[in-house]
Design a protein around this ligand. Structure first.
Ligand code: CP
Ligand code: NVA
Length: 310
């Protein structure tokens, strides 16, 4: 039985039930197949998605804009200087005005609370395209990619090596929702937020996921099915780049580290990658790497999300 998600915002994977996650994946697969076969799938004909970007983007921008177009709608891009938002107009007023024109909003910004407020004061669905706290669309595409490759999610072990950032947080939510085990290795002071780890532990009580927050990357990677990493300095932290390079130097995904994983491990990265820092070319370009399939799946999964909520 289909679950009605119309009008719902997608702000955090933690708000989704397991059934809704699988519904998104089912539709993603069917839309991916239809696109490949050239079959029409204009599920959002005549609809408009507003896309607000306070930070740069390659994948999120292009996949949402192409995605809404393929669904028969149109995307409107608003860069950091395009709206009155926050400078001279509050989030509640912006949300109310945009709700009179648009059918949905995708937003990438710094403060997570801004996305929550946009959804709270507007009357149309809001999709989180990354905040400092979370990156749910990326992790839904990641889980979908893992399922395509491994044909299973429950019981797999994902090792995340690096900063306890938005990616680590959404991976904690995502893995714990679908019954995957997740081991995170980060230096002291750069661990994922306690609140997010608690969310994951609570989910794990129902799904049986094992959650580990470690210092040691070798231990995290032991027998992993998936090795995941992300940049050491995220957007907005560019000024800390040099300092972080020193702190994270033992958290590089390299040939020596991956030897601890299963032989058929998948290497994943949300991209953009800083090659030579968190990962070396030899791993990012190896046969185990699925980074470009992962990037492609942003398109299919986000089309499914838009079709379900708009
Ligand atoms: N992975 C991701 O969200 O990429 P962009 O920053 O290019 O959108
Ligand atoms: N952690 C990275 C993810 C980019 C997709 C950032 O926030 O910049």
């Amino acid at each position: 039985m289909a679950i009605n998600m119309r009008g719902e915002s997608l702000i955090s994977i933690n708000d989704l039930s397991q059934e809704k996650i699988w519904q998104i994946f089912d539709l993603s697969s069917s839309l991916k197949y239809k696109l490949m076969k050239g079959e029409p799938h204009q599920l959002l004909a005549g609809k408009t998605l507003g896309m607000i970007f306070s930070k740069p983007s390659t994948r999120t921008r292009v996949s949402f804009e192409v995605g809404i177009y393929q669904l028969g709608g149109i995307g409107l891009y608003f860069g950091p200087n395009d709206l009155q938002l926050k400078k001279s107009e509050s989030i509640p007023d912006t949300a109310k005005v945009l709700s009179r024109y648009l059918d949905g909003i995708m937003i990438r910004t710094f403060e997570h609370q801004d996305v929550i407020d946009l959804a709270k004061y507007g009357t149309i669905p809001v999709i989180n395209g990354l905040t400092d706290l979370l990156h749910p669309c990326q992790v839904l595409a990641d889980l979908f990619t893992i399922f395509e490759k491994k044909k299973i999610l429950k019981g797999l072990k994902l090792a995340y090596i690096g900063d306890g950032n938005n990616m680590a947080h959404s991976l904690l939510h995502g893995c714990s929702k679908v019954g995957m085990n997740i081991s995170i290795a980060s230096p002291k002071g750069y661990k994922p937020k306690k609140q997010i780890v608690e969310n994951a532990l609570l989910n794990a009580e129902y799904t049986g996921s094992k959650i580990e927050i470690l210092d040691d990357p070798v231990r995290a990677v032991k027998n992993a099915d998936i090795i995941y990493t992300d940049v050491w300095a995220s957007m907005g932290q560019e000024g800390e780049s040099d300092k972080r390079k020193k702190i994270f130097k033992n958290y590089q995904v390299n040939t020596k580290l991956v030897k601890n994983a299963k032989e058929d491990y998948l290497f994943m990265h949300c991209l953009p990658a800083h090659r030579g820092d968190e990962v070396i070319d030899e791993i990012a370009d190896s046969p185990n790497s699925v980074i470009f399939d992962e990037a492609e799946n942003r398109l299919h999964v986000q089309k499914a999300i838009m079709a379900l909520v708009m």
